[in-house]
Design a protein around this ligand. Structure first.
Ligand code: ATP
Length: 243
């Protein structure tokens, strides 16, 4: 569904992605792990058209989408749950969901149906529908950010650090939601610092280090890989939650 071939991205003179390749097949959950500053968010921003691709190709369902505007990329079928959630805090929960469904705004029946589905999945959001999104708890905001992305009816859902800044119990809840989305057959690219939890719910994974892909393989294999264990799963590594 998504194929990145040898992509290079720069911020001025900083070479943030140095020939990165990755693919995601339909129905797969693929984890991208790596330390702070490895380039994970840059990779997401490059796919979503938020930063300029310098070299390489980004193919989505066989089309080269490099150079497309972020709005057109959403229209192609990619939706992002951004790092830090980035909900519209001064709008109501309902207005946030409407914004997520922006590309379908002329189809009010579909919008109402999708909103109903979101509220069935997350009854707490129905209860809070008229509340300003900025007044929600961290976990509720993450549910809203996921729901807002689902409102676009994406074929590929990209989640950038969904567990960041949340309490352990809430993280557990968020991973449960991701697992459910996976079981529904959705295609997910999951960017996480919480490597163990991410690899446990993923079919395959990639490890990014200082702008280069250094390892890839099945989730279960990476969990047992010596280098991954040492750098990301060991005693000194970040372990917020274990399944
Ligand atoms: P984190 O988990 O901390 O978000 P990351 O793996 O997502 O890290 P990026 O945020 O993609 O890493 O950063 C990759 C590199 O690009 C880093 O060296 C970072 O300092 C640099 N970088 C990121 N954004 C910018 C920017 N807007 N301007 C200049 N340099 C940037």
């Amino acid at each position: 569904m998504l194929t990145l071939k040898s992509i290079h991205t720069y911020y001025g003179s900083i070479h943030a992605l140095k020939g990165v390749s990755l693919h995601v097949r339909p129905g797969e959950t693929v984890a991208l792990i790596g330390a702070n500053g490895a380039g994970k968010s840059t990779l997401v921003s490059t796919i979503c058209g938020l930063v300029k691709l310098h070299k390489g190709t980004v193919e989505f369902q066989g089309r080269n989408i490099a150079g497309f505007s972020p709005e057109d990329i959403v229209r192609e079928g990619i939706a992002l749950v951004p790092e830090g959630r980035q909900i519209f805090s001064t709008l109501t929960v309902e207005a946030n969901l409407q914004m997520g469904g922006f590309i379908h705004r002329h189809n009010s029946r579909q919008m109402a149906q999708d909103m109903k589905r979101v509220y069935e999945r997350f009854p707490i959001l129905r209860q809070r529908s008229q509340q300003l999104a900025g007044t929600l708890s961290g976990g509720e905001q993450q549910m809203l950010a996921i729901s807002r992305a689902l409102m676009a009816r994406p074929k590929l859902l990209i989640m950038d650090e969904p567990s960041m800044g949340l309490a352990p119990l809430v993280i557990k809840e968020i991973f449960k939601i991701i697992r459910e989305l996976r079981e529904e057959g959705r295609t997910i690219l999951l960017i996480e610092q919480n490597a163990r939890a991410a690899l446990q719910i993923s079919d395959r994974g990639y490890v990014l280090e200082t702008g280069k892909m250094v390892l890839q393989g099945e989730g279960a294999m990476l969990l047992e890989h010596r280098e991954v264990k040492r750098a990301y799963l060991g005693k000194g590594a970040k372990q917020i939650w274990e399944a």
